[in-house]
Design a protein around this ligand. Structure first.
Ligand SMILES: NC(=O)c1ccc[n+]([C@@H]2O[C@H](COP(=O)([O-])OP(=O)(O)OC[C@H]3O[C@@H](n4cnc5c(N)ncnc54)[C@H](O)[C@@H]3O)[C@@H](O)[C@H]2O)c1
Length: 257
């Protein structure tokens, strides 16, 4: 097991990619705190249609310890409470995965200023809050890790101004934070997923999904587990000298652009 007894927090861990990461962490022996606004998983119209059990139940089936802590990552007091409750319950934090994210489709003339604030509030401000409030605890760990879930949209347009900018910023925040905390043995890396089959894709048409598949050299769309395995790598001892980087996990789709 690569993460035996490590204490991890996965934001947005009730659904989709976060759930995939949480289950791979559990398979590798980690204790996992699921930090999400809701406990029941999101069910999409294309993907995750039959997913219904809370992630913690699935973690326990794998023989690991899981705990759900209701929290909104864009709220400072809730993030403070999340970190404190984790430390009280498990005795510390080793791995923090910034996965919670939202997407509101539309260009600059479609989305409102309030919607911009909402997307940036969760996808960027939320990452700053969790990073700021977790580092004091990660410093005490022998295996401190921060993993940001960015996106292929960090590198190109097409996903709307708020989402794309926040994701690009998160990759740069990983570099900046890596410089700050390397001396404490903490690594900070980003994973940039391509199309992953989750409920976040509900806004797309079937034709758009088909087009994403056609652009994927590996001949299938991504699954939450694909990102989960990449996160296990960054969290493990195998990646102890890798920091400040971003890994594309997209079935090769970006290789052509
Ligand atoms: N699915 C993809 O193709 C894809 C591609 C690139 C990047 N991503 C990124 O991966 C991450 C996860 O996406 P997903 O596809 O699993 O989405 P999803 O919508 O399936 O799940 C997101 C989870 O985050 C939770 N969440 C949302 N806002 C929150 C908040 N403020 N505080 C706490 N929890 C919150 C939701 O309740 C949900 O459980 C996001 O950051 C997303 O931008 C997804």
């Amino acid at each position: 097991m690569l993460l035996k007894d490590r204490i991890s927090i996965v934001t947005g861990g009730s659904s989709g990619i976060g759930r995939g990461i949480a289950l791979e962490f559990a398979r590798e022996g980690a204790n996992v705190v699921i930090a999400d606004r809701r406990e029941s998983p999101l069910q999409g119209k294309y993907h995750e249609k039959d997913t219904s059990t809370p992630t913690v139940q699935e973690i326990e089936k794998l023989g690991a310890q899981g705990t759900f802590i209701q929290s909104d990552v864009s709220d400072e007091s809730q993030v403070t409470e999340l970190v404190q409750q984790t430390v009280d319950h498990f005795g510390g934090v080793d791995i923090f995965v910034n996965n919670a994210g939202i997407h509101i489709p539309g260009g600059s003339q479609d989305i409102s200023i309030a919607e911009w604030d909402k997307v940036v509030g969760v996808n960027l401000r939320g990452v700053f809050l969790t990073t700021k409030l977790t580092i004091p605890h990660l410093k005490k760990s022998k295996y401190g890790r921060i993993i940001q879930i960015a996106s292929v949209h960090a590198y190109r347009g097409g996903a709307g101004p708020a989402y794309a900018s926040a994701k690009a910023a998160v990759i740069n925040m990983a570099k900046d934070t890596a410089l700050e905390v390397g001396k404490f043995g903490i690594t900070v890396n980003a994973i940039s997923p391509g199309y992953i089959e989750t409920a976040i894709q509900d806004y797309l048409t079937l034709e758009q999904i088909e087009s994403s598949l056609e652009k994927t050299p590996m001949q299938r769309l991504g699954l939450p587990k694909d990102i989960g395995r990449a996160a296990v790598f960054f969290a493990s001892d195998d990646a102890e000298w890798i920091t400040g980087t971003s890994l594309l996990v997209d079935g090769g789709a970006s290789a052509k652009t």
